[in-house]
Each structure stands twice: as C-alpha cells, then as structure tokens.
Design a protein around this ligand. Structure first.
Ligand code: FES
Length: 312
C-alpha cells in the first residue's frame, strides 16, 4: 500500500530538459521541466529533498569529449538511479522547473552532460524530508561544504518567500577555489561588501568563502570560518539556526560548533543511496535513541536531521 501511494505521488515522472549548461570546471546546471502530476508534485518540493534520476538510457558523450580520467569507466552501465538535490524550484506557466547542480565525477554524471533541451529524463521524487522554516529565530546560517551548496541555495530561495523577515548568511567551503560549485565568485567590490557568491547574493544573502589552501577567502575549514564569525559580540546563539550540508566530517565539525554554542542545527546527510525510497537499507545513519543508538534511513527519515540526533 505504502509503495503504491509512493508511486502515485512521487512518480516516476518524465521531465523535459529545459537547459543543461556548464558553469565552470566540472560543474553543470541542469533545468528540468515537469508538467501535469509531476509539476504538482515538484511544486511542493522542500529544500533538502532529492529525486532519483534514471540515467541508464542517457547517451555517453563522443570519445573526444570524455575527460581522460574517466575513459576507463565511462562505458560502465548505470543500473541504479542516482540521487540529486535541488538548487532552485520555480512554478511557471509551462510547469514546474527544477534546477540541479552536478559535478562530472563518474560515468553517471558524465552521461548527464549529453542531455539536450527537449530530451526526457525519468525521475522519481521529490523524496525524503527537507529543511523546515524556523520559528522564533532571527538569523539563518547556511553552511555548505563542497557539493553541499545546492540544497542551501534552494533553502535561500525558500526563506526569501516564506520567511522574508529572517536575516540569513551563507558560508561555503571547499578544498580549493576550483572546487566551489558556483558559476563564479563575484567581483572584488561585491566581495568587499560581503557578497562573494551570486547564487546567494541574488536573494540578498551575504556569504563567506573558505578554502583549505587559501586560494579564495578564509584559509582553512569552513567550520573554523563559522567559528570566527560566531565570536562577534552581537551574536546571540538562541536567535540563530544553522543549516548545513556537505561531507560527513564537515557536518560533524559544524554539529560540534552548534552543540558547544547551544545553537539549533539541522544537517543534510550524504549517504550512498540505491533505492531512495526506504527499501534497500543501504543508507543507514547512526542516530541516538532513548535506548542508546539506533539506525535511521537517510532517504526516508532524512536526509535532513537535527544534528543532536546523529552519532558522528
Ligand atoms: Fe534504499 Fe535508503 S536508499 S533504503
């Protein structure tokens, strides 16, 4: 019964590609248009939710367009669907447009680069539980590590419409400047004004950048950059809510910062997901429970969790 319901409300849906453009380095932005029941389902998407794409029939690029480091694995069959979060969701006349940012890292994302305007992609979603809008808070702090920024960009969009009085600030960290999944870092004047990242600046959200090697912004971990910012005198922990998405080690650091400062914090966990709908048990997340420890499913119970509930 549960599975039948899921199929009715979560697809699978056929989406049409509305654009697929390279941003810079390995990063691309894909726009998908949903109509009919798919448009209705995706119009209700919450930031932090995700969808499973069927990439099994998507073509490979021509041999000369395959990066050298992927030549050995490029022709691997993609049997399982792949999960993607959303960077922006917009209800338009022609349907619901869902935007996804991806990085070409393996055979599945390599195939995504060949999707052209008008082509179809089979999608199940939206899945999982996303970020909720805070009540009684004055400042939302969005912290992204590596490819964790798209759902926070979607959260920025949602806060603008659903909590316009709430102040927000974004932190984005990566190993180097080239690993930041944004179209570009804005010009020097914007940077001096605290608006490094156009993806957040368009929602009037200022941003800090941290890189491990110091090639842009703060030199060091994004959690340390956040910690520095929290040292300001005018910060009142009870007024703040932190939303974080990124690699597990980074989320563990952010959760510790939040716990030490007694700040509410929600994290979006990244786990390997095979089915995405709670059937295969491949995405277990170790959580605290009244009996000690328990496992929850990232795809069904998450991917967003209260950071206090996770055993890092
Ligand atoms: Fe299969 Fe979560 S991905 S149970």
């Amino acid at each position: 019964m549960e599975q039948t319901q899921l199929i009715q409300t979560k697809g699978p849906f056929e989406a049409k590609v509305s654009f697929n453009k390279p941003l810079r380095k390995c990063f691309h932005r894909l726009g998908l248009q949903f109509t009919g029941a798919g448009a209705e389902a995706f119009a209700k998407t919450r930031p932090g939710q995700f969808a499973q794409f069927d990439i099994s029939t998507v073509a490979l690029p021509s041999p000369e367009a395959i990066p050298e480091e992927l030549r050995d694995v490029a022709s691997k069959q993609i049997l399982l669907r792949r999960p993607f979060s959303f960077a922006r969701v917009a209800k338009e006349k022609a349907g619901t447009i869902v935007e996804v940012v991806y990085c070409v890292l393996g055979p599945a994302t390599l195939r995504l680069t060949t999707l052209a305007k008008g082509q179809s992609l089979n999608v199940i979603g939206p899945l999982g539980n996303g970020f909720s809008i805070p009540q009684g808070k004055k400042k939302a702090v969005l912290v992204a590590g590596g490819m964790g920024s798209p759902p926070l960009e979607h959260l920025a969009q949602t806060l603008t419409t659903e909590a316009p009085g709430l102040d927000a600030i974004a932190f984005a960290g990566a190993k180097t400047k080239d690993d930041l999944p944004f179209e570009k870092l804005l010009d020097k004047i914007s940077q001096e004004l605290g608006f490094w990242l156009g993806e957040f600046a368009k929602y009037s959200i200022s941003s800090f950048v941290a890189t491990d090697d110091g090639s842009a912004g703060f030199k060091g971990l994004v959690s340390n950059c956040l910690l520095d910012w929290l040292k300001q005198d005018n910060i009142i922990p009870a007024d703040i809510i932190i939303y974080a998405c990124g690699p597990k080690a980074m989320l563990a650091s952010i959760a510790k910062v939040a716990a030490d400062k007694r700040i509410d914090c929600f994290v979006s966990m990244e786990e390997m997901m095979a089915c995405g709908i709670g059937l295969c048990q491949s995405c277990a997340v170790k959580c605290k429970s009244s009996a000690g420890e328990t496992y929850k499913l990232c795809c069904k119970d998450g991917p967003v969790f209260d950071s206090r509930d996770i055993v890092f």
